[in-house]
Design a protein around this ligand. Structure first.
Ligand SMILES: Nc1nc2c(ncn2[C@@H]2O[C@H](COP(=O)(O)OP(=O)(O)O)[C@@H](O)[C@H]2O)c(=O)[nH]1
Ligand SMILES: [Mg+2]
Length: 695
């Protein structure tokens, strides 16, 4: 069956780990008839959690995609991981979907990751709502969870369903809009069915309906007028009002349910089909020929423009490129251009999917999401067009890694294999990075947390049968100077035939932080001829790269060549390079050099009860607190902390907060470090150099 853009809806389910997303996803598929039975989250058989790492750990690690049909619409649903380690797949799903459903555990209310996700959705202007889950649990409390949403997000959520009963007496939900009840059938292993609204829920249902209609009418004068006059709106009008209000972020719908009993799912599917934003309500962004951002609206009439949102490698199908079509349509067995690579790409087979199960299709319309198998050139973030090479989608913006590990294969012969696999892992998950740090001579992998990095390493060890060693990476310190100084150096050698001669006098001065380097030739009257000046600069740059205190690169220095001397026969570029390098070293020694360390901007999210411990830990880590906010029992702390103190912060924070805390970190600036800490760094660097020369 083929669809038009108007028939497509893209929904992402996101939220804190364990809030019931994968279960909700599974039972939505079952209720909509896409799968014959629903498996439990812990069985290792769900549609979404099918990779070995997910089955083994019983958590979602990757985004999963499936589609259901409802009311003539094809609804693509993304299930996403809850752990911050796998945020990359959550964010790519946010980009691809027009509506985000945040799962909120009915027992706990809004948890930390959900707050972070909300902010991300807010910054994207993405319409969003909530599903309060696990209402069959004795500890669950729908009203309390609703209050918590209000307190933490400062919004007035509007209930689209209300639970009937609670805990063990949970019976189902009332679909507020239609006024119908949907009741759990038997043990809940079959889809819910319409039934009578219990008498003692009628009043609450009527109240909720009034609130819903008011919310629908609010953003539309004509609807409001009609509502005020007649006291009613018909279903089509309410839908139209809600569609408008969602787009304007005036309404945040809330659903109640118990996925394991297939409850509360039909009303949500109806919402997804009839009210959730259509693909054309969102526009994607790209870069024009001048690299300025431009909107790329969804438009099925134009020629093809599609974005590769994700790349996976499947044991059986090989490379799979997930595609969202933004303009035109994508056809199987066609020719296209990978604009990013400037290469032709032959599109062979096209698929849509239900978890790992691929289903072949002939084409994908604008707004739809599908998969190209075995593409020759496509990578994540690439732009695919049918010839218009002026369109380029903006690469997905992802947070900076928060956890880094230095790695090497235990056996030197396996180093290449390890490298290849790490590169592939970085291609599959763009938050995971792989690089060789020439300064510290380490291969460093980094990502969004210890769990992500460990899962990737474990998989490589198992699949490739290689041993991998890990250690805490070295910090990339810098050196700089704090006062002006100068020195001159004569390089002179008389060995048989040609001698070597060059004399260079330098003056160096501190530059503001971040300005790195400036080279000025201030030689008067040809003391050094122009032709030798590049040699002088090379020498200076070599001296800067080598440092003088601990062998770290020198930054933020102005270097002025003030004088020198050359010899008519013995001078050469090499002689001047060596003279300049030594003159730089000597100047540096006299310019009160200091060590600089990277300072990071750190944002920590913790529950109130851990605030004190986290703060005192940060002060022990030489952190400077910049600010702190608190809402609904969760605190956000902003601080600047030396990177050297944060190398194992994901582990530290986990132990301080029993695994509930979460953080972001990114480089901010370099700052001087002195005293004992600097001495230790210098000592360690010296020891490292000795070890290296002995190798
Ligand atoms: N009792 C009950 N348990 C649920 C429900 N939804 C999820 N769970 C359980 O909660 C745990 C976490 O669920 P899962 O779907 O993996 O959460 P996710 O991390 O958000 O994907 C699993 O043990 C589920 O069986 C529900 O509606 N009722
Ligand atoms: Mg999950």
């Amino acid at each position: 069956m083929s669809y038009t853009s108007e028939q497509i809806r893209n929904i992402v389910i996101a939220g804190h780990g364990g809030s019931g997303k994968t279960t909700l996803f599974e039972h939505l598929l079952f209720t909509a008839g896409a799968i014959p039975r629903a498996e439990t989250a812990d069985s290792g058989k769900t549609t979404a959690d099918f990779t070995s790492e997910e089955i083994e750990r019983k958590i979602s690690v990757h985004a999963a995609l499936a589609h259901v049909e409802r009311n003539g619409k094809k609804i693509n649903v993304f299930d996403t991981p809850g752990s911050p380690d796998f945020i990359g797949d959550v964010i790519l799903s946010f980009r691809a979907a027009e509506f985000a459903l945040l799962a909120v555990d009915g027992r706990t209310g809004v948890q930390i990751e959900t707050i972070k996700l909300w902010r991300n959705l807010e910054s994207r202007g993405k319409p969003r709502g909530f599903f309060i889950t696990r209402l069959d649990d004795e500890r669950a409390d729908f009203t309390k969870a609703l209050e918590d949403i209000k307190a933490k997000f400062k919004v007035e959520p509007v209930a689209l369903t209300l639970p009937i009963g609670a805990g063990s007496s949970y019976q189902g939900v009332i679909d507020v809009l239609s006024g119908r009840a949907f009741l759990v059938q038997g043990d809940g292993s079959v889809p819910e069915k319409e039934g009578p609204v219990p008498a003692d829920y009628e009043k609450a249902a009527a109240g909720a309906r009034e609130k819903l209609i008011e919310a629908a009418a609010e953003g539309d004068d004509a609807l409001m007028e009609k509502y005020l006059e007649s006291g009613e709106l018909d279903t089509a009008e309410i839908h139209a009002g809600l569609i408008k209000a969602l787009a304007a972020h005036a309404v945040f719908p809330v659903f109640a349910g118990t996925a394991v009993k297939n409850s509360g799912l039909l009303p949500f599917l109806d919402f997804a089909a009839d009210i959730a934003p259509a693909p054309e309500t969102a526009k994607d962004v790209g870069l024009n020929a001048e690299n300025a951002p431009v909107d790329i609206p969804l438009d099925g009439q134009k020629t093809l423009a599609a974005l590769v949102i994700k790349t996976t490698y499947d044991q059986f199908s090989g490379k799979l490129s997930w595609i969202k079509v933004i303009q035109g349509k994508l056809s199987a067995d066609s020719e296209a251009i990978n604009v990013t690579e400037n290469k032709k790409e032959r599109i062979g087979k096209l698929y849509i999917c239900l978890g790992k199960k691929l289903e072949e299709v002939r084409e994908l319309c604008a707004g739809d999401v599908g998969i190209i198998a075995k593409s020759a050139t496509l990578k994540t973030n690439d732009t695919l067009t049918a010839g218009d090479t002026s369109i380029r989608f903006l690469p997905l913006r992802l947070p900076e890694p928060v956890h880094a590990v230095a790695v090497n294969a235990a056996a030197k012969k396996d180093d290449d294999k390890l490298g290849e696999n790490l590169i592939r892992a970085a291609e599959e998950d763009r938050t995971f990075r792989y690089s060789f740090n020439a300064e510290t001579k380490e291969t460093v992998i980094s990502g969004m947390g210890e769990l992500q990095v460990n899962i990737i390493l474990e998989k490589i060890k198992q699949n490739q049968k290689i041993e991998v060693e890990t250690h805490v990476p070295r910090v990339a310190y810098r050196e700089t100077i704090t006062k002006k100084a100068g020195a001159e150096y004569t390089h002179k050698k008389q060995t048989g035939g040609h001698g070597q001669y060059g004399r260079v006098a330098l003056e160096i001065a501190p530059l503001p932080r971040g300005e790195n380097y400036q080279f000025i030739n201030a030689v008067f009257g040809g003391a050094i001829s122009k032709g030798y000046i590049p040699g002088v600069e090379k020498g200076v740059l070599e001296g800067m790269a080598a440092g003088t205190m601990a062998g770290y690169p020198v930054v933020d220095v102005e270097v002025k060549v003030v004088d020198g001397k050359e010899h008519p026969v013995d001078s050469s570029e090499l002689a001047f390079k060596l003279a300049a390098r030594n003159a730089f070293r000597e100047s540096m020694r006299q310019a009160a050099p200091v060590l600089l360390e990277p300072i990071m901007n750190l944002t920590v999210f913790v529950e109130d009860k851990y605030l004190g411990d986290v703060m005192s830990d940060l002060s022990g880590k030489r952190g400077k607190i910049l600010g702190q906010d608190s809402a609904g029992g969760i605190d956000e702390i902003r601080a600047q902390v030396p990177q050297a103190e944060l190398l194992r912060y994901s582990i530290d924070l986990r132990s301080i907060t029993s695994g509930t805390g979460s953080f972001n970190v990114e480089f901010d600036h370099y700052a001087p470090v002195s005293g004992r800490i600097a001495e230790d760094v210098i000592k360690a660097a010296a020891a490292f150099r000795v070890a290296e020369t002995e190798e």
